[in-house]
Design a binder for this molecule. Structure first.
Ligand SMILES: C[S@@+](CC[C@H](N)C(=O)[O-])C[C@H]1O[C@@H](n2cnc3c(N)ncnc32)[C@H](O)[C@@H]1O
Length: 455
C-alpha cells in the first residue's frame, strides 16, 4: 500500500521496534467480519443453517471472521437481517459499552449503524436507543439498517450534537461517541481515507471530536457511561482528546475495563502526559490482533443531576387507526400495540420512554408499521422484518438456496398457489418481506430500492 510519507515517519518514531511488524500488516489482507443478529436468531442456530466458514472473534460473542468466497453481503440471510457485516475490531465497542436491557442509550455518530445494531441486540428489545447521524443521506442508510435488523425500540434522528443536547439533558444511561476521525486504522479497508490523510486533518478531527464530546456529556445521567471510540492511531485524536476532556470535566473518570487477548493500553507517554489513568484506555492494533486499528475509552460520570424530560404528546384518536386494525385482524395473530404516532399518513409505534421530539429532525420515530391509505392499510417492509412468521396468519416459505427466493429478491412476480391477500415471505423461516397473492399470482412487495440487480 502507498502510505503517506508523514504518516509512516510518525508511526516509525512512535512505535520504534514494533514498527516493522506494524507496517507489514499493510501487505496483508484486511480482516472481515459479521455479527449474528441475536434479536432474530441465536448463535448456534445461525451456525447450523449458514454454510459460511466462520471463525470466532474473541471480543464479541456474536462476532465471526468470514471468508471472502462466502460472499455474505449477497445472501438472502443478509436481507433477512440475520447478521450485520462489521469490521471485527469495531465489535469491541459494543462489548465495552455493554448496554443492559432497559437502558436508554444514545449513539451520537451512528451511520451506517454497525454499533447501533450491536447495541440494539444487547438491549434485547427493552429500553430505548436513539441513533443519530448528522448527514441526511447517511441517516437514511442508518434507518434502513435498523429496519433490516428488525429493531423496534429505536428512533433515528438526523441532528447535530448541539441540537440533541438541548433536548436530552442528563437523559441517557449510556452514550456512544464513535467519532468521525482521520481513519488511520482503516487504510487497508478504505484506501480513500489514506489518500485524504494529512496532519492538518488530524488536528481538525481532534477539535471536532472535543466539540462532539462536549455536547455528549450534557446528555449523560449521573453514574452514566460514555464510550469514546475512533478508528485511528493518532494520539491527538485519542489520548489527546480524552486528556483535554478530563481536564475540563473532572466529574468524569476513565473506567478499568475487561481486556481481551491482543488488546493494548493507551499511550499517555505519546502525549507527554502525567495523567496515568489514560493507560486504562484501549488500543487495538492490526499487528497484535486480527482486526483493524481502533481506540476505545470508557468514561464514567460521577455526579450531576438526573434529567426530567417532558412528554406532552397527545394520544392518537383510535378512529384514525381503523384501517390498521382491520389489517391486523385479518393478517396478524395479534395486533401490535403500543404508543401509536402518525407522521402524515405513516403509522409508527414509539418505543417506551420517548420524550417529546418536537423540533428535532426525526427520520424514524420508532417501528414503522405502514401507510394509512384512503381506505386501506399497507404494511411496511420494516414491519415485515420485525415479525416472526408465527405472528402472521398467511405465510410463504422459501429455501435460502431456491431460485424462488432469488426471483423474490429481484422483485419478480410469479405464479403461486397461496392464500389470497397479504403474505409474509420467509427464507428458511426468517421474515424477509411482503407479497400479495391474487389469482394464483404472487405480486412482489420487496422494496424497489433493495431489489437485487444483475444476477
Ligand atoms: C466513524 S463514523 C460512525 C460509524 C458508526 N458508528 C458505525 O459503527 O457504523 C462517524 C460518523 O460521524 C458522522 N459525523 C461527521 N461529522 C459529525 C459531527 N460534527 N457531529 C456528529 N457526527 C458527525 C459521520 O457522518 C459518520 O457517519
Amino acid at each position: 500500500m502507498d502510505l503517506p510519507r508523514e504518516f509512516e515517519e510518525r508511526m516509525k518514531k512512535l512505535l520504534k521496534e514494533e514498527y516493522e511488524s506494524f507496517i507489514k500488516t499493510y501487505n496483508e489482507m484486511k480482516t472481515q467480519g459479521l455479527r449474528v443478529n441475536t434479536l432474530k436468531i441465536d448463535i448456534d442456530e445461525f451456525l447450523k443453517i449458514s454454510h459460511f466458514k466462520l471463525n470466532k472473534v474473541l471480543w464479541a460473542e456474536e462476532g465471526f471472521y468470514y471468508k471472502e468466497e462466502d460472499k455474505p453481503g449477497k445472501n438472502p440471510y443478509h436481507e433477512a437481517g440475520l447478521y450485520y457485516i462489521q469490521e471485527p475490531s469495531a465489535m469491541a465497542v459494543g462489548t465495552l459499552l455493554n448496554p443492559q436491557p432497559g437502558d436508554r442509550v444514545l449513539d451520537l455518530c451512528a451511520a451506517p449503524g454497525g454499533k447501533s445494531t450491536h447495541i440494539a441486540a444487547k438491549l434485547k428489545g427493552e429500553g430505548l436507543l436513539v441513533a443519530n447521524e448528522i448527514y441526511p443521506a447517511r441517516s437514511k442508510i442508518l434507518s434502513q439498517n435498523i429496519e433490516r435488523m428488525g429493531i423496534k425500540n429505536c428512533i433515528v434522528t438526523n441532528e447535530s450534537p448541539q441540537k440533541l443536547s438541548m433536548k436530552f439533558k442528563n437523559f441517557f444511561h449510556r452514550i456512544l461517541v464513535d467519532a468521525p476521525c482521520s481513519g488511520e486504522g482503516m487504510f487497508r479497508k478504505d484506501p480513500a481515507t489514506c489518500r485524504e490523510w494529512s496532519l492538518d486533518n488530524v488536528s481538525m478531527c481532534a477539535q471536532r471530536q472535543l466539540d462532539i464530546l462536549e455536547e455528549a456529556q450534557k446528555m449523560l445521567m449521573p453514574e452514566g457511561i460514555l464510550v469514546y471510540s475512533t478508528c485511528t492511531f493518532s494520539h491527538e485524536e485519542n489520548e489527546g482528546v480524552i486528556e483535554k476532556f478530563l481536564k475540563k470535566h473532572p466529574e468524569f473518570t476513565i473506567e478499568e475495563v475487561k481486556g481481551f487477548e491482543g488488546f493494548s493500553h493507551g499511550r499517555e507517554d505519546w502525549i507527554l502526559s502525567e495523567e496515568l489513568s489514560l493507560r486504562k484506555t484501549i488500543r487495538l492494533w492490526p499487528h497484535k490482533l486480527k482486526g483493524e486499528g481502533h481506540f476505545i475509552a470508557v468514561l464514567k460520570k460521577q455526579d450531576g443531576e438526573e434529567g426530567k424530560i417532558k412528554n406532552n404528546r397527545k394520544k392518537i384518536d383510535k378512529k384514525s387507526l381503523k384501517y390498521y386494525y382491520d389489517f391486523a385482524k385479518q393478517y396478524l395473530q395479534n395486533p401490535l400495540e403500543g404508543y401509536f404516532i402518525l407522521f402524515g399518513d405513516q403509522l409508527y409505534i414509539l418505543p417506551e420512554g420517548v420524550p417529546d421530539l418536537e423540533k428535532l429532525k426525526v427520520v424514524r420515530p420508532g417501528l414503522h408499521l405502514g401507510i394509512i391509505k384512503k381506505n386501506r392499510f399497507e404494511p411496511s417492509h420494516a414491519l415485515a422484518l420485525s415479525l416472526n412468521y408465527k405472528e402472521v396468519k398467511n405465510n410463504i416459505f422459501m429455501d435460502a438456496d431456491s431460485s424462488e427466493i432469488i426471483a423474490y429478491l429481484k422483485g419478480e412476480s410469479m405464479y403461486f398457489d397461496g392464500k389470497r391477500g397479504w403474505n409474509l415471505v420467509s427464507v428458511d423461516g426468517y421474515a424477509i418481506g411482503w407479497c400479495k397473492i391474487a389469482n394464483n399470482m404472487l405480486k412482489n412487495h420487496y422494496p424497489k430500492g433493495l431489489r437485487w440487480v444483475g444476477l
